[in-house]
Design a binder for this molecule. Sequence first.
Ligand SMILES: NC(=O)c1ccc[n+]([C@@H]2O[C@H](COP(=O)([O-])OP(=O)(O)OC[C@H]3O[C@@H](n4cnc5c(N)ncnc54)[C@H](OP(=O)(O)O)[C@@H]3O)[C@@H](O)[C@H]2O)c1
Length: 335
Amino acid sequence: MEVAILGATGLVGQTFVRLLENHSWFKIKHLVASERSKGKKYKEIAEWVSGDIGDIEVESLEDFLKNPDVDLVFSALPSSIAGKVEEKLAEKIPVFSNASSHRYEDDVPILVPEVNAEQIKLIKFQQEQREWEGFIVTNPNCSTAILVLSLKVLSGFGLRKVNVATMQAISGAGFRGLSALQIFDNVIPHIEKEEWKIEKESRKILGKFERNKIIPTDFEIAALTTRVPVSNGHTEAVFVELDEDISVEELRKAFESFDPLKELKLPSYAKPIIYRKIPQPKLHRELGNGMTVTVGRLEKIGERKFKYVTLGHNLIRGAAGGSILNAELYFSSLS
Ligand SMILES: NC(=O)c1ccc[n+]([C@@H]2O[C@H](COP(=O)([O-])OP(=O)(O)OC[C@H]3O[C@@H](n4cnc5c(N)ncnc54)[C@H](OP(=O)(O)O)[C@@H]3O)[C@@H](O)[C@H]2O)c1
């Protein structure tokens, strides 16, 4: 299948290229960015690239929209422009988006295959409602994508309350996100709209799918987000309260045995959760080619209450890799 990557020159876009370079189902046909990048060979922008992809000329979004002759689109556009562009493309073509523009619409799933694969059924309803041949599927904001994998396991014991404090990498802010002077030797406890996104998206993702509708779960959740001087990999300190009183050993086993996609043989499959005593982005963000999140520091802190640390690669599990896994899940569900 031939694909286009929108926002191909940005941090998420370049991660798409890296992950799709040798993909067995998807072949890159168009690399699309702004007028600033139009006409440049991809290797002039992404100097790490080798092989044929480096010789592809970057197209402007305007030019690509005149003839979007691909089987599917991966979008890594800024949310400020993704909304209308993705809608236009979805009239004919499946769009797998990293932007937040459509995440909160009732007929658009925020898909994390290990957590809410059944919400893929919403696509058919979306197509009927909007009279589209294509559709839009989103993946969550990067910190939510990492968090919900462990929350899914916890929901098996009745999830009542979640408090989470994040320590998010600089790359989460995009290529032009933060200057060196802002982030070097610093911690910034503010990321625009991030706390709201974690709270809203987690409830939708873990929600119940009933008759073409997602009913968000009603557990209590509060997030506090910070930006830290780490290149890639978001770390999250999580405090939870459950309905059931289980032991640390039971919970650790539940984390380690969680593996719902194992039998599907999707090209980007990796074991979703690995347990490590002391999770650290520098050591663990690349596990499972960046698709595995690490859980550790698990402790019981009271009756039915636990604390733990989780981390994952924001550009892979939290963005491009998650989006590719969504596309793989969708196309495998057709066969
Ligand atoms: N970074 C993360 O960890 C992360 C995680 C999850 C989701 N996301 C989401 O993914 C999207 C991309 O994020 P990013 O971090 O990759 O941002 P980025 O590094 O700033 O890249 C933005 C991309 O969009 C292109 N672009 C900007 N304005 C455009 C326009 N007017 N027309 C066409 N293309 C335009 C840029 O092209 P030029 O190079 O030509 O300017 C570039 O390719 C955002 O919606 C973001 O919220 C990011």
